[in-house]
Ligand binder design. Structure first.
Ligand code: GDP
Ligand code: MN
Ligand code: MN
Ligand code: MN
Length: 255
């Protein structure tokens, strides 16, 4: 398996056709997986925004001032407002904002990014990354590129471990996970629980090439990796009912 960057992509602007820009720069092959950083998907979808578009509600002002008291850092209540508007649930409101986004992804500050965003204060995540991945894949299909899976990624922190890594937000043309249950280990023991989140693992591998700074490599091709003849599933984001960590976190919420 190899991962390599799509070369020479320009600064992405609202309305840009990512499938075209990518297909013009790399000869994609059947079986490739294409990862695309949500940053450029958001730019193409016009998701850059200014704080002035988020006049703060009383709740946002309260959240921001509490964060300011706790952290000693200045917090713009309009930023808290943007996070609230992008989210369906506020899981933690101190010492940082942990929310569930409208498409089901739990992250700090609703994944709103302030790096690699020229001319605007903020970059919101794509509204529905699965649809974004499907659109890119459809664009490739229109150009006769048939069998390429697409993963829209973001860089995320994680509980329990230091360091950020790439994760999948939306995908098309492949299942999210490979189900190992029913397969066997080296001693012939049947596996009972392992479901491998292949879209996250591919996103992480590709993110090594993507980088986090001024690399200019938002799209990466993963070649010679095969899902193989296995059961798959499309579930990635846990349902609240079975998510005991999330349930435990709720007790830390102030409101
Ligand atoms: P995120 O992980 O989706 O939040 O995106 P990052 O901010 O980490 O950026 C991912 C990669 O895309 C880095 O290599 C950036 O330098 C690059 N990048 C960000 N915006 C653009 C752009 O408009 N054009 C190009 N060519 N690269 C970009
Ligand atoms: Mn960024
Ligand atoms: Mn990001
Ligand atoms: Mn990143």
């Amino acid at each position: 398996m190899e991962c390599f960057a799509v070369p020479d992509l320009p600064e992405i602007r609202p309305g840009d056709d990512l499938a075209d820009l990518i297909a013009d720069r790399v000869a994609l092959e059947d079986g490739d997986v294409l990862t695309v950083a949500s940053t450029v998907v958001s730019k193409a979808e016009g998701r850059a925004a200014n704080l002035s578009a988020f006049p703060a509600s009383p709740r946002a002002r309260e959240i921001a001032s509490r964060l300011e008291d706790l952290t000693g850092e200045e917090k713009d209540p309009r930023f808290a407002q943007a996070v609230l508007e992008e989210s369906t649930e506020l899981l933690m409101d101190a010492p940082f904002l942990l929310t569930e986004s409208r498409f089901g992804h739990v992250s700090v500050n609703a994944g709103i990014d302030r790096s690699n965003v020229p001319d605007h204060d903020l970059l919101l995540l794509p509204k529905h990354p699965e649809s974004s991945a499907e659109r890119i894949r459809d664009g490739l299909l229109e150009r006769g590129i048939e069998d390429v899976a697409v993963i829209v990624t973001d860089t995320c922190g994680r509980p329990f471990r230091h360091g950020q890594r790439g994760v999948a937000l939306g995908w098309a043309g492949m299942p999210a996970s490979r189900d190992w249950r029913g397969e066997h280990d080296r001693d012939g023991r049947e596996l009972g629980v392992t479901v491998q989140s292949v879209v996250d693992e591919l996103a992480s591998a590709a993110n090594l090439v993507t980088g986090e700074g001024d690399d200019g490599n938002p799209a990466v091709v993963v070649r010679n990796w095969e899902f193989g003849d296995h059961d798959g599933s499309n579930e990635l984001f846990r349902e609240v009912e079975g998510d005991f960590v999330r349930q435990a976190l709720r007790q830390w919420r102030f409101d």
